[in-house]
Design a protein around this ligand. Sequence first.
Ligand SMILES: Cc1cc2nc3c(=O)[nH]c(=O)nc-3n(C[C@H](O)[C@H](O)[C@H](O)COP(=O)(O)O)c2cc1C
Length: 179
Amino acid sequence: MSSRHVILGVTASIALHRGLDITSALRKMGDRVSVVMTPHATKLISPVTFQAMSLEVVYHDMWALAESMDHDHIRMAQTGDALLVAPATAGTIGKLAHGIADNILVTTALAFSGPCCFAPAMNWRMWKNPVVQKNCKILQDLGWHMIAPATGDLACGEQGPGRLADVCDIMDALKLATP
Ligand SMILES: Cc1cc2nc3c(=O)[nH]c(=O)nc-3n(C[C@H](O)[C@H](O)[C@H](O)COP(=O)(O)O)c2cc1C
């Protein structure tokens, strides 16, 4: 059993429901999981669902936290053992690559200095777009570990690369990043 404190960032991908499987897999391994959602992700799945799965407060609204003088997410960025962004949208990958800290996930990531992994998930045309590839490379050059997407059936009905990696592959990659 591991006992890491994993910060799990989840974004507004159609694969977001698999973030629940990741939360569950991490908890089964004995990890503490703090979920940080982008505001767009909360339009696809309620934070309450991630809260029920992680048994922890879910952070998603930077301004609500500011009003309540709650700086726990910054504390969390100082004490977490690993940051995993899965699924990672093209939009969040771009923001992380360029330090665009306009939501709580990117803000937390910028304040975090431990091992970082991201698992892209998107339509194959988006995945193949040079700007997405460039942003993934920027993150990798900055030390982020990329868990490459799989090739297969995509939610849009097409086939190709861009499918979120299997949960077991994500768990293995995280283990390697946080020995
Ligand atoms: C139903 C739905 C599914 C989406 N799935 C994806 C996806 O899998 N990957 C992606 O990069 N963008 C996807 N998008 C677009 C993102 O939600 C959009 O770019 C959003 O601004 C990303 O916000 P975030 O990265 O801050 O969560 C989807 C949008 C919708 C409405």
